[in-house]
Design a protein around this ligand. Structure first.
Ligand SMILES: Cc1ncc(COP(=O)(O)O)c(C=O)c1O
Length: 382
């Protein structure tokens, strides 16, 4: 069956949908901030949701064997990663799992290692729990953002260090970690006995011909000290349905995780479970078409930016361009873009105010309009 590429070209009006993304700014601003795409979800998800809604009874709902099997098949077929159904923990979102992992597996004053700039909940999780946030700088090496490994090792060696929060693929910057890089981090986690919490929410958004390697899939020892966090929400645009999952092979860690979770973290929403099942069982074709469309958007944006003083390192994954605006020497780059008519994410929120993050998960026509606005604004300062 042909998937229509034009489905991604459709400009859907989200103004009446109580969308976080679309309510933040006045209508004339193009919102390109939060990691939420402007595309319709695949037909298989919409049909499954309609069927479930039509059933009319919405009581407490448990996770089906079908969903667990679909997750297992997805992880095996995409990453060659075999996980047991008993290692799955179902969640209403991924962020709560970052925070609860920090609270369950460290004490006040313990060190939590976080390579950044990074999605802000990875740094917020230790700070809100009064842990020491041990930052490790991400540095550009051959146009790839990678942790400064000298700093990483020093962080691991600190006597109070308890865990590493990793974001793979990395947001922002889109790093798809290579196996040897993960092995190097794993060796340090072993040496200093650190838990690894690996946020892999963007793992199905690899734009280059690269493979995502789940940290826990490296070997038995890595699986034994890792909590992997994943979700269909970014890939299939179903963040509003509230579903994510953790893979925790180590029984003791899983027990402690559940102890912290139970009674506080609600069970995932029934419709989130329905959407996730449809996504992993039937969403393949749509997913492939999405990746192709996003590659087109990324290449279009990167090509345009190459003709300006703005620098965008190559983005191998995600739809979140990480743009260096330092050459413009602006006191407030975020407001400069806003005044140009584009609502991006301020790099300051991730840890570097010389950068902006631009979400290109939108129809090409909207991205073209954004580029026109950037072009116009740049003329004023050049
Ligand atoms: C790296 C990363 N983790 C987690 C989340 C959010 O997860 P959730 O909506 O499931 O809480 C995001 C959203 O942008 C993200 O980029």
């Amino acid at each position: 069956m042909e998937v229509f590429p034009t489905a991604f070209d459709l400009e859907i009006d989200r103004l009446d949908m109580n969308s976080d993304k679309w309510s933040k700014y006045p209508q004339e601003i193009i919102p390109m901030w939060v990691a939420d795409m402007d595309f319709d979800s695949p037909d298989c998800i919409k049909a499954a949701l309609k069927r479930r809604v039509d059933e009319g009874v919405y009581g407490y709902t448990h996770v089906s064997n079908a969903l667990e099997s679909a997750i297992q098949s997805h992880l095996m077929s995409h990453y060659g990663w075999q996980v047991s159904a008993s290692s799955l923990v179902h969640l209403p979102g991924l962020v709560c799992a970052l925070h609860l992992s920090v609270r369950a597996f460290s004490n006040q004053g313990d060190g939590v290692i976080v390579p950044g700039p990074v999605y802000y909940h990875l740094t917020k999780a230790p700070l809100l729990a009064d842990r020491e946030l041990i930052n490790v700088d991400m540095v550009l090496q051959e146009d790839r953002w990678v942790p400064d490994m000298t700093m990483f090792e020093a962080a691991c060696a600190k006597s109070n260090s308890k865990m590493i929060l990793l974001c793979n693929p990395h947001n922002p910057g889109g790093t798809v970690y290579r196996k040897e890089e993960l092995l190097a981090m794993h060796a340090l986690a072993e040496k200093y006995n650190l838990l690894v919490v690996s946020d892999e929410i963007h793992c199905d958004l690899i734009l280059d011909d690269l493979s995502h390697v789940p940290f826990a899939s490296l070997n038995k020892e890595a699986a034994n000290r890792t909590i992997t966090l994943m979700a269909p929400s970014k890939t299939f645009n179903v963040a509003g349905l509230g579903y994510a999952f953790a893979v925790i092979e180590n029984v003791t860690i899983k027990k402690a995780f559940n102890k912290e979770k139970n009674g506080l973290v609600p069970f995932p929403n029934m419709l989130g479970l329905t959407a996730a099942t449809a996504a992993y069982e039937e969403g393949q074709e749509w997913h492939q078409a999405l990746l192709k469309y996003l590659v087109g958007n990324r290449d279009f944006l990167q090509q345009y930016l190459a003709s300006t003083p703005l620098k965008m390192s190559h983005l191998p994954a995600t739809y979140l361009a990480w743009i260096d605006v330092s050459a413009l020497q602006l006191s407030d780059p975020y407001t400069f873009f806003l005044e140009a008519g584009i609502g991006v994410s301020d790099g300051k929120d991730f840890g570097n105010s010389n950068y902006l993050r631009l979400n290109f998960g939108c129809p090409r026509s909207r991205l073209e309009e954004a580029v026109k606005r950037i072009e116009k604004a740049l003329k004023k300062v050049q």
